[in-house]
Ligand binder design. Structure first.
Ligand code: CDP
Length: 212
């Protein structure tokens, strides 16, 4: 079974998707980490981030991988922390906008998500990567709340700069950020993580045949 969790930054995707996967014994795939890793590698190698063809080739040559503990690797480096840097936050939508990059990433995401039960988190999972997903959820939240949550994860950046960054990223991601027609939208503004996880778990359980 595939559970697709999409939505903008700070809506709660990662925390909720991880907790849900653990609760259900599903595996977990963070597709944002894949775009982030490629952005990190492009920056590292000085590749101009507007060159989609070169980035597509780079993505194919250096597939992102994850270990069982959720650590992220590209080109032999553990980039788990490095991909959460503010410079990566800012540049990742530029990299993710290239069709050449998306083709490679989506292919790999389908491959990684093809075995067993999995929770996949991203922007285009319910619409493009896994349109057949049994459960599709689109998380949203008030922009001020989203900025506040992100601030807790990026204490090094000022509140105003962070709110501006989120707004700019929403704008660049807008083309890929729409809920699937059959997704359940959950507004997490006033919900606890536990509350969101419980709601999605209900949707999943409703899809599991009684004999499983
Ligand atoms: O956690 P947060 O929402 O900040 O970001 P993320 O899920 O790690 O995704 C980082 C960026 O990767 C997004 O802002 C998008 O530009 C891109 N992305 C995408 O285009 N498609 C996806 N399926 C996942 C991420």
């Amino acid at each position: 079974m595939i559970v697709a969790i999409d939505g903008p930054a700070g809506a709660g995707k990662s925390t909720v998707a991880r907790a849900l996967a653990e609760r259900l014994g599903f595996s977990y795939l963070d597709t944002g980490a894949m775009y982030r890793s490629l952005t990190w590698l492009g920056l590292q190698r000085g590749i101009p981030l507007d060159e989609g063809d070169r980035l597509g080739v780079l993505a194919r040559e250096f597939p992102v991988s994850f270990d069982d503990a959720g650590r992220v690797f590209i080109d032999g480096s553990d980039v788990t922390s490095a991909i959460r840097q503010v410079r990566v936050d800012r540049m990742v939508p530029v990299v993710a906008a290239h069709a050449e990059v998306r083709d490679v990433m989506r292919e790999r995401q389908r491959e990684l998500g093809s075995e067993g039960d999995v929770v996949i988190e991203g922007r285009d999972i319910g619409t493009v990567v896994a349109p057949g997903a049994e459960v599709k959820v689109y998380l949203v939240a008030d922009p001020a709340i989203r900025a506040g949550r992100r601030q807790a994860e990026r204490p090094e950046i000022g509140a105003d700069a962070l709110a501006t960054d989120l707004k700019l990223r929403d704008e660049s991601d807008a083309a890929r950020m729409r809920p699937a027609a059959d997704a359940e939208e959950i507004d997490t503004t006033h919900l606890t993580i536990e509350g969101v996880v419980a709601r999605i778990e209900e949707l999943v359980r409703a899809c599991i045949p009684a004999e499983r």
